[in-house]
Design a binder for this molecule. Structure first.
Ligand SMILES: NC(=O)c1ccc[n+]([C@@H]2O[C@H](COP(=O)([O-])OP(=O)(O)OC[C@H]3O[C@@H](n4cnc5c(N)ncnc54)[C@H](O)[C@@H]3O)[C@@H](O)[C@H]2O)c1
Length: 262
């Protein structure tokens, strides 16, 4: 992928003020693409846009909470106004709340489902006709390894991310003939503000998670962004319906202590 790879191409990225979304916006603009970044955190969003601009990137910031349909519609209208179309959509926004089903109430359940899964449906619902009009496009959904392997006390999160995985495959089937490719990334433990917050609350949390990985460290957000942006590139022109696990080997297998002692 050269800098010219995304020249003239437009991406909308949700939750792009920090973490994985911000890293995707940086990667996309560094390779010549135009980015519309959206997030619900106004100050952080403006700071992210300024940082990308001072790096020479073409970016437009748009305040949007993906839980609200009107905000998603606004982000699409802004993308149209600023850049005249859409070639790639990165659905990044997600939230979690470690609680099991017995501990959770309806509002908490719906908040996770709306943020993680319904927002993907709503954004794709708007993106697909626009991409078809352009002759094709790429959608990359940020799911999670929790969508393929259950995480304790994360019933709603796991269910929502499994939903993202299956919706990705369904949309790949339904829109391949329109030259719209739909893929997902399942990150493992990635050093973003949310995860750093967990580590602050539970000082042993970081080493516990790192210990589960084959590569004994967490990912940097850029290590998730690079494969996500690759999936939207011409190098991935025959990849659709793929669920790419980027987890440092966390889900590669399980350790059998007996074999270590043999
Ligand atoms: N960090 C990890 O270890 C990890 C692992 C697996 C999957 N993921 C997934 O990756 C995605 C990004 O995670 P992250 O850790 O970079 O995020 P994060 O929690 O660090 O936050 C990134 C940004 O999301 C924004 N955001 C939160 N809710 C939003 C909403 N409703 N509307 C718009 N913006 C919103 C925040 O303001 C913030 O700027 C999520 O879908 C998450 O589930 C992350």
């Amino acid at each position: 992928m050269s800098k010219a790879e995304f020249e003239g191409k437009v991406a909308l990225i949700t939750a792009a003020a920090a973490g994985i979304g911000y890293a995707i916006a940086r990667e996309w603009t560094r390779k010549g693409g135009t980015a519309v970044i959206s997030d619900l955190a106004a100050d952080a969003l403006e700071a992210a846009a300024s940082a990308i601009r001072s790096d020479g990137g073409r970016v437009h910031a748009c305040l949007a909470n993906v839980r609200h349909r009107a905000d998603i519609e606004h982000a699409f209208a802004e993308t149209q106004r600023f850049a005249g179309g859409l070639d790639a959509l990165f659905n990044v926004a997600g939230t979690n709340m470690p609680k099991n089903v017995e501990e959770m109430d309806d509002d908490e359940w719906h908040a996770i489902m709306e943020t993680n899964l319904t927002s993907v449906y709503r954004a794709c619902h708007l993106a697909i006709p626009e991409m078809r009009r352009r002759g094709g496009g790429a959608i990359v959904n940020i799911a999670s390894i929790a969508g393929i392997l259950a995480e304790n006390r994360c019933g709603a999160y796991s269910a929502s991310k499994a939903g993202v995985v299956m919706l990705t495959k369904n949309m790949a089937m339904d829109f391949g003939r329109d030259n719209i490719r739909v893929n997902a990334i399942c990150p493992g433990s990635t050093r973003t503000p949310r995860v750093e917050n967990y580590w602050k609350r539970s000082p042993t949390g970081r080493s516990e998670l790192v210990d589960l990985c084959a590569i004994k460290r967490s990912a940097e957000p850029e290590e998730i962004a690079a494969p996500a942006v690759f999936l939207a590139s011409s190098g991935a022109s025959y990849i659709t319906g793929a669920i790419l696990v980027v987890d440092g080997g966390l889900t590669a297998g399980f350790r059998v202590p007996t074999f270590d002692r043999y």
